[in-house]
Write a protein that binds this ligand. Structure first.
Ligand SMILES: Nc1nc2c(ncn2[C@@H]2O[C@H](COP(=O)(O)OP(=O)(O)OP(=O)(O)O)[C@@H](O)[C@H]2O)c(=O)[nH]1
Ligand SMILES: [Mg+2]
Length: 222
């Protein structure tokens, strides 16, 4: 497996780089999803199950961004997807230039669905457009239902909110209604899924959404 070290790219405009990358990926028919969440919210576990379920139908690849280590990319390779580990040189997020470098190092020819597992935190990843076609965030029930109040930008920016670890929600007094209400107040268009990567409950709806998003992305390229 490849491990690459990337530094923040210094360019005139991250937004312009992101738009250019998005346009190129559309042309190639690769939907890139920027997956964001706190450390330990369950990003890699969600990807493992999603890859196991969908890799018969789609060519899937994962860009694993971390400050250090390659454990996540190793986990992804074990379930049979292409992966590259990107080290961010201490940075708490990926920008569009780093994402492009990671994708090009990995190679994404023929890939239908690519995930960027962003660095774990709810603050800086929300501020940077990586060039992804869709932004998906995970909030796990142990983190609490008040997170939309504390980290509003992440909820405002995301197309999808996945409330994960529903299998343990009762131990954390997680109020789904309150959480959804808070998220919708910030972002009325946000699509919400509730699931458990442990039991698989709720995965059907998430994977149906993913299939639709890939189809729409490829249609838009025609
Ligand atoms: N009960 C339960 N545990 C889960 C679920 N999803 C993940 N976990 C556990 O949560 C822990 C962290 O999961 P990861 O998938 O490594 O989390 P991550 O967001 O990728 O973490 P970082 O990459 O370190 O930011 C692991 O012990 C998982 O087994 C879930 O749906 N239910
Ligand atoms: Mg991870």
């Amino acid at each position: 497996m490849k491990i690459i070290e990337l530094k923040e790219t210094v360019t005139a405009s991250n937004d312009r780089d992101a738009e250019a990358l998005r346009a190129e990926m559309k042309e190639k028919g690769t939907l890139l999803i920027n997956l964001m969440a706190s450390p330990g919210a369950g990003k890699t576990t969600l990807l493992e199950r999603t890859i196991r379920d969908l890799s018969g139908d789609y060519n899937i690849a994962v860009l694993e961004a971390d400050v250090d280590s390659s454990v996540d990319a190793e986990r992804i390779e074990k379930v049979g997807a292409k992966a590259i580990q990107v080290h961010t040189g201490g940075m708490c997020h990926m920008d569009a230039g780093m994402t492009r470098n990671g994708l090009e190092e990995m190679g994404y020819e023929g890939v239908d669905l690519a995930f960027l597992e962003n660095v774990g935190n709810l603050i800086c990843p929300a501020e940077f457009d990586t060039g992804a076609g869709k932004k998906v965030m995970i909030l796990s029930t142990p983190e609490g239902d008040d997170k939309p109040l504390k980290y509003p930008l992440m909820f405002t920016e995301s197309d999808v909110l996945i409330i994960s670890k529903i299998d343990v929600a009762e131990y954390f007094d997680f109020d789904f209604e309150k959480c959804e209400e808070r998220a919708k107040k910030l972002n009325p268009n946000i699509t919400i899924f509730k699931l458990s990567s442990k039991t698989g409950e709720g995965f059907e709806a998430w994977e149906k959404w993913l299939r639709g998003a890939v189809a729409d992305w490829k249609d838009a390229a025609k």
